[in-house]
Design a protein around this ligand. Structure first.
Ligand code: NAD
Length: 478
C-alpha cells in the first residue's frame, strides 16, 4: 500500500495554518522503516503568546454560542471524521505503527466521542436550592476557561479527541499540544474541527519542545485548566507547574494492570479475550494487561497456551493487512523494552517466546512472554509499555489481591473467574479506576476513564468528562 504522507505539517494558531518558515523543525519518523517522512514546525514563544491571546478571544466567542449550535458543530466534527477515516487511518499507521484496522477503530471511536459530547453539552445542568419565597439560590456549571491539553503518541487521535470534544462541548477554548512523533492525524483532526465550524481561535494546535510549550502555557494566567495524558514522571512535573498558578488539572498517567486468572475461569474464553488484548497497539496502552497472576492449578497450562498463541502472531508493517502487530512507536521503546527484558532474565525469568528485536529496520520487537518473573525484576514494578506479558503463579485469593494492589499505580485491572461471589469481592477490593471481570471492555464514551493512586486523578469520557471542564458557581439573590 502506498501512502501519500504530507511533507509539510502546519500548526493552527488564531485561525491560521502555519508552516515551518524560519522556525526550528522536528523530523517525523516512520517506525516501520526508521525513515524521516516529514518535518514539523516547532512553536516559538511568540507563537505560544499569539495562541494564548487568541484563546482568550476564542473563549469569549465560543462560550456565548447557543449550546444547541455547539452540539450541532460537534456532531459535524464526528461526520467529518467518519467521512475522512479511510484517508486519515493510513497516516496514523505510517507515523505511529499500529495496524490499519486499529487505526480505523481509533478514528471511529473518536467520532463517537464527539457525538457523545455533542449531546452531553446540553446536560450541564446546575441546581436550584430551596429558599424562602422571593429569594433564589442557584448552582451553575460554567465553562472553566481556556484549556491547555497535552496528549501522547500511543493513541494520537483518540486521546486528543478525548480532551478536545468535552472542552468544546463545555464552551471552553482549547490549545492542543499533541506529540511531535505523530502529528499528521492531529492536523487531520483539527481540520475536521475547523471545517465543522469551530472558530479558529477556540480550537488551536501547536507543536514544540514539550517542556517549553507546557511551562509557557501553564505559567500563563489565561490558561485555566490543564489536561495531560502521559507518563507518571511528566505528570508529576506538570502538577508542580500547575501549583504556581493554582490551575485545575486532569492527569491520566501510567498504569501497570494486573490480570488475576483463577483456576475456575473458562480458560479458552479467557485466552481468546486476554491474549490479543495484551498485544493491541504493541502493548503501548496505559490499560494494557501486564502483570499476569495465574492460580497454580492452571498456571503451566495457561503459560503454554498463551505462549503458543503469541508465537503464532504475524508482526509487520501496520500497512500490511496480515499484520496483527506493528512496530513500536519510536526509537526509545525497543531500547526500553530490551533493557527491562534483560533485567528480568538476569533475575531468573524464563523467556518462553520473543525477548528480542526483529529485523534490521524500524522499531520492531517480538511479542514476548516471560514466565516465573521475580517480583524484584524492574518490569514487575515499572510499566513496560510494550509487547511483553509477565506471568507468576499464586495460590490464594488474598495473595492475588495483595499482588494486584502492590504497586503505587491503579489505572486498570482485570480478573477472570466463573465464581460470582469471588467476582463481587474482586470488584470491591482491587485498587484501580477501572476493573474488568471476565472482560477487557472497560472503556466507552459513557464510562468514566481514570485512575487511582499515582495513575492520576480526574476522569475523562462520560458525565465526569464534561464536568472536568466546568467550574461550579453559586449565585444567591434576595
Ligand atoms: P515521556 O515521559 O518523555 O513522555 C510521555 C508523554 O508526555 C509524551 O507524549 C511526551 O510528548 C509528553 N511530554 C514529555 N515531557 C513533557 C513536558 N515537559 N510537557 C508536556 N508534555 C510532555 O516518555 P515517552 O518515552 O514519550 O513515553 C514512555 C512512557 O510514557 C511510557 O513508559 C508510559 O509509561 C508513558 N505513556 C503513557 C501514556 C498513557 O496513555 N498514559 C501514553 C504515552 C506514554
Amino acid at each position: 500500500m502506498t501512502v501519500q504522507y504530507p511533507k509539510k505539517l502546519p500548526m493552527h494558531i488564531d485561525g491560521e495554518w502555519l508552516e515551518a518558515g524560519s522556525r526550528d523543525t522536528h523530523a517525523v519518523i516512520n517506525p516501520a522503516t526508521g525513515e524521516t517522512i516529514a518535518e514539523l514546525p516547532l512553536a516559538t514563544k511568540d507563537d505560544l503568546d499569539r495562541a494564548l491571546d487568541a484563546s482568550e478571544r476564542g473563549f469569549a466567542e465560543w462560550r456565548a454560542r447557543d449550546v444547541n449550535e455547539r452540539g450541532a458543530i460537534l456532531r459535524k466534527v464526528a461526520e467529518n471524521l467518519r467521512e475522512r477515516a479511510k484517508d486519515i487511518a493510513p497516516l496514523l499507521t505510517m507515523e505511529q505503527g499500529k495496524p490499519l484496522r486499529e487505526a480505523m477503530g481509533e478514528i471511529l471511536g473518536s467520532a463517537g466521542l464527539f457525538e457523545w459530547f455533542a449531546e452531553e453539552a446540553k446536560r450541564s445542568y446546575g441546581r436550584v436550592l430551596v429558599r424562602p419565597p422571593g429569594q433564589r439560590s442557584v448552582v451553575l456549571g460554567q465553562p472553566v476557561g481556556p484549556v491547555a491539553a497535552f496528549s501522547p503518541w500511543n493513541f494520537p487521535l483518540f486521546l486528543m479527541a478525548r480532551k478536545l470534544a468535552p472542552a468544546l462541548a463545555a464552551g471552553c477554548s482549547i490549545i492542543c499540544k499533541p506529540p511531535e512523533e505523530t502529528p499528521a492525524c492531529a492536523v487531520a483532526l483539527m481540520q475536521c474541527v475547523i471545517d465543522a465550524g469551530v472558530p479558529g481561535n477556540a480550537a488551536q494546535l501547536v507543536f514544540g519542545v514539550p517542556d517549553i510549550v507546557s511551562s509557557h502555557l501553564i505559567a500563563s494566567p489565561i490558561i485555566r485548566k490543564v489536561s495531560f495524558t502521559g507518563s507518571v514522571p511528566v505528570g508529576k512535573h506538570l502538577i508542580k507547574l500547575c501549583a504556581d498558578t493554582v490551575k485545575r488539572h486532569t492527569m491520566e498517567l501510567g498504569g501497570h494492570a494486573p490480570v488475576l486468572i483463577f483456576d475456575d475461569c473458562d480458560l479458552d474464553r479467557t485466552l481468546d479475550i486476554i491474549q490479543p488484548q495484551k498485544f493491541r497497539n504493541a502493548g503501548q496502552v496505559c490499560v494494557s494487561p501486564t502483570r499476569f497472576y495465574v492460580q497454580s492449578g492452571i498456571y503451566d497450562q495457561f503459560v503454554e497456551e498463551f505462549t503458543k498463541r503469541t508465537e503464532a502472531m504475524q508482526v509487520g508493517s501496520g500497512l500490511d493487512d496480515a499484520s496483527q502487530m506493528g512496530p513500536l512507536a519510536n526509537i526509545r521503546r525497543p531500547d526500553a523494552i530490551d533493557q527491562l527484558v534483560s533485567d528480568a532474565r538476569d533475575k531468573g525469568a524464563r523467556v518462553t517466546t520473543g525477548g528480542k528485536r526483529m529485523g534490521n529496520e524500524g522499531f520492531f520487537f517480538r511479542p514476548t512472554v516471560l514466565a516465573d518473573v521475580p517480583l524484584e525484576a524492574q518490569i514487575m514494578n515499572n510499566e513496560p509499555f510494550g509487547p511483553v506479558a509477565m506471568m507468576r503463579p499464586f495460590d490464594t485469593f488474598d495473595e492475588a489481591i495483595e499482588q494486584a494492589n502492590r504497586l503505587p499505580f491503579g489505572l486498570a485491572a482485570f480478573a477472570f473467574t466463573e465464581n460470582g461471589r469471588q467476582a463481587n469481592r474482586l470488584g470491591d477490593m482491587i485498587e484501580a479506576g477501572m476493573v474488568g471481570i471476565n472482560t477487557v471492555g472497560i472503556s466507552g464514551v459513557d464510562t468514566p476513564f481514570g485512575g487511582m493512586k499515582q495513575s492520576g486523578y480526574g476522569s475523562e469520557d462520560a458525565i465526569e468528562g464534561l464536568e472536568a471542564y466546568l467550574v461550579t458557581k453559586a449565585v444567591h439573590q434576595a
